[in-house]
Design a protein. Structure first.
Length: 90
């Protein structure tokens, strides 16, 4: 894994947040990937990322995230999401 400073220096759109509390964590299988969606305390936008294996629930945990804003189209409507590049439990 790349060091934090290298991630942030390569892309100025990345945002680093520490000690964020997870309110909800949902995992669902799509083909060979597990799609994860997090809702964080104080945010109205879902944070999404993929893993190849199922992970323990992060609900109620504190996490450190590197993410960037993105949009996703569902049924012809655009929704704001945050795409997670790196996540670690604090």
């Amino acid at each position: 894994m790349k060091p934090l400073k290298k991630y942030l220096s390569e892309n100025n759109k990345l945002i680093h947040s520490k000690l964020q509390k997870v309110e909800s964590h949902v995992q669902r299988q799509v083909d060979n990937w597990i799609h994860n969606t997090l809702l964080l305390e104080g945010y109205d936008v879902p944070f999404k990322y993929k893993r190849q294996k199922k992970y323990r629930s992060l609900q109620g945990a504190r996490v450190d995230l590197i993410y960037y804003p993105n949009t996703e189209e569902v049924a012809g409507m655009k929704f704001e999401i945050m795409t997670v590049v790196k996540i670690a439990q604090s």
